[in-house]
Write a new protein. Structure first.
Length: 647
């Protein structure tokens, strides 16, 4: 198109957008009226196979015939002006694209006629020789290898001119291209237009793949979904986002400003917001996700089919989904952990963000928050709202109280409820709702013949308590929640050491758990948390209570040990015959043993006394002639000296 425009860049000219070369349409029979007067020209025009695109030889023949007829008419005595007008009118009416305009046709006729006469009336005299005499050599075209090198370097440098300059300076392109173009251009950003167009097209083709398979999938073709077989209440979907608004709250008496984490649960078909959770931390965990699911259950019930989440934590959280077992593994039910799947719910996960309708819901919510105080925009790191950033610095430094510029968490929570309610009542023109609001679509298309399941107060504990098969160890029952390990012990649990039991626990309340010895057992054990005492300030009463709890947990083991102790080989029937002893011999052996014990005790006493004397001698020094004093008297003297010194 640019070539046809001739560099004018007149893009309002609609002829540029039409295919092929345009030829002026002539009225029917316009050329026939000149056929008898210009027979040679008529024969040449009739010999053109494609009048819209004549070859160079055919165009040359038309010009030569026109000049021949012109000369014949001039020799017949007609005026030059009349003959010129007649021949030009015939050429224009022929339909052959000899010139772009009639004015250009007149100029070409005069120029070519002069050359034709001056050079012996030969057709070669009027051949277009501009291509051979323009002083330019035809540029060599890029080879496939050149194109690949330029594309790879342009992807690496993120610039086609930079890639062209580097490869030309290094001489890595083909010899024809290197000789056709200069490498030391005046501008380092110069790149021939024909080269730039070719390489840019190739770069655009592979750029997403160069970034990675995920980028290629995001910008590539996608699968269109038909939602006709899904009704409101079948599936629920949730996602998280850090909203673009700052709020404040107090922690330990110190105000803090933050954005927090916003988790929203929607009905997948009607796009209705069912509930949300505002988590005032930089990160959230599986406990927050589970709490959002329980909150949704309390208001709307469990979905008929299941949940449609993203991957990452939403897929791996055992508190939500349980634990996936290897395909084909044969494991008993007592050893499985199903999470919400215990209630017949399924979990499916999206591969890409565009596969989650909740992303669009979050985008519509974000658009409704732009007028809220503390809004910082969708890209706070790069797009700075200076006034808000200044207020943030002042609030965090303590120069001003956050309440003067930001909403409190309770106020922000109330505002979010209003925004979600406004979203649910706003009609949407998309393919899924077709002009209805999420609430209207829910009310119209909800299948009331298939009501949702919601557990009552008597059975809700089954939902809020997560079941996990765990082994009771010698130290008790350990339940890890995130990075924290919780220990539980009781006298009843001590009888099941070494067994795999079914532990039911509420991640938001780990003060106690209830345990079933087996999944079909009717015996329920309420097990309190193991005592946790201050490291260095525990009172004696606290220590006694903790020691008592540990002793009670070990009591079943001690009871069993007492029962089996009599069955050890040392306490069983002896393999030796009874010994026949003389009473006098027995008495003599007893006297010998008592005498040895007395001697040993006396020896130990002397050793102890001597050790104490040595310590006193090192402390108070010795006196002359004390070797003759009895050790007991020396000990008494030293003890008196010690008492006097202490006073």
């Amino acid at each position: 198109m640019l070539k046809r425009d001739g560099g004018k860049r007149d893009f309002n000219n609609l002829a540029l957008y039409l295919p092929g070369r345009l030829v002026r349409k002539q009225a029917a029979g316009a050329f026939e009226r000149y056929a008898k007067q210009l027979p040679t020209l008529n024969a040449a025009v009739s010999g053109i196979k494609n009048i819209a695109e004549p070859t160079e030889a055919e165009s040359l023949r038309v010009w030569d015939s026109a000049f021949s007829d012109y000369e014949i008419l001039m020799n017949g005595g007609l005026a030059d002006g009349a003959v010129r007008r007649k021949v030009l009118a015939a050429l224009d009416a022929s339909g052959a694209p000899l010139a772009r305009t009639r004015a250009a046709l007149r100029r070409s006729f005069s120029y070519k006629l002069g050359r034709w006469i001056d050079r012996g009336r030969k057709p070669e005299a009027i051949r277009d020789q501009r291509a051979g005499k323009c002083g330019r050599k035809p540029k060599a075209e890029l080879t496939e290898d050149d194109l690949n090198k330029l594309t790879a370097r342009a992807l690496h440098l993120r610039s086609v001119p930079a890639a062209w300059r580097e490869l030309m300076e290094a001489g890595e392109l083909s010899a024809g291209v290197t000789q056709s173009y200069i490498s030391n251009t005046a501008s380092k950003s110069y790149c021939p237009e024909t080269i730039r167009v070719q390489v840019a097209q190739r770069v655009g083709l592979v750029q997403d793949i160069h970034h990675g398979p995920r980028q290629a999938k995001l910008n590539g073709p996608h699968i269109t979904r038909d939602w006709s077989d899904t009704s409101p209440g079948d599936w629920q979907q949730a996602d998280d986002v850090t909203l673009e608004v700052y709020y404040w709250l107090e922690r330990d008496g110190v105000p803090q400003v933050m954005r927090g984490q916003f988790l929203v649960m929607i009905d997948l078909r009607s796009l209705r917001i069912l509930s949300y959770a505002l988590h005032s931390e930089n990160n959230y965990n599986a406990t927050v996700i589970r709490g959002l699911m329980l909150r949704t259950h309390d208001s709307y019930g469990l979905p008929r089919n299941g949940y449609y989440y993203e991957k990452g934590m939403w897929k791996s959280a055992r508190l939500v989904k349980g634990r996936d077992l290897p395909t084909g593994s044969e494991i008993e039910l007592e050893q499985t952990e199903n999470g919400f799947r215990d209630f017949g719910l399924r979990f499916t996960h999206a591969n890409l963000p565009r596969g989650k309708p909740v992303e669009r819901v979050i985008g519509l919510l974000q658009a409704k928050l732009r007028d809220q105080p503390g809004w910082v925009g969708p890209n706070e790191m790069r797009e700075k709202y200076e006034r808000v950033q200044k207020l943030l610095l002042q609030a965090r430094s303590g120069a001003v109280h956050p309440s003067s510029h930001f909403l409190h968490r309770d106020e922000w929570n109330q505002r979010l409820e209003e925004v979600c309610e406004a979203y649910n009542n706003e009609p949407q023109q998309g393919r899924m709702l077709n002009g209805l609001s999420p609430r209207e679509f829910w009310d119209r298309h909800f299948d009331y013949t298939r009501p949702l399941m919601r557990l009552g107060p008597q059975t809700r504990y089954l939902l809020e308590n997560h079941r996990r098969p765990l082994k009771v160890t010698q130290k008790g029952l350990c339940i890890p929640v995130g990075k924290i390990r919780h220990w539980f012990i009781s006298a009843e649990l001590g009888a099941h050491v070494g067994k795999i039991v079914q532990a039911y626990f509420n991640p938001e309340d780990m003060r106690s758990v209830f345990v079933l010895p087996s999944i079909s057992s009717k015996e329920v054990l309420i097990v309190p948390a193991a005592p946790t005492l201050p490291a260095m300030t525990a009172t004696p009463d606290q220590m006694r209570q903790a020691a008592k709890a540990c002793d009670e947990f070990r009591q079943p083991a001690r009871t069993v040990y007492t029962e089996i102790k009599t069955h050890f080989p040392d306490n069983g029937p002896s393999p030796f015959r009874r010994e026949l002893l003389d009473p006098e011999a027995v008495e003599m052996g007893r006297e010998i043993a008592d005498g040895k014990a007395a001697i040993k005790q006396e020896e130990n006493q002397r050793t102890t006394t001597q050790r104490k004397l040595n310590k006193y001698r090192s402390r108070f020094g010795g006196t002359r002639g004390q070797e003759a004093v009895h050790p007991d008297r020396l000990m008494t003297g030293y003890e008196m000296m010690e008492e006097a010194t202490d006073e």
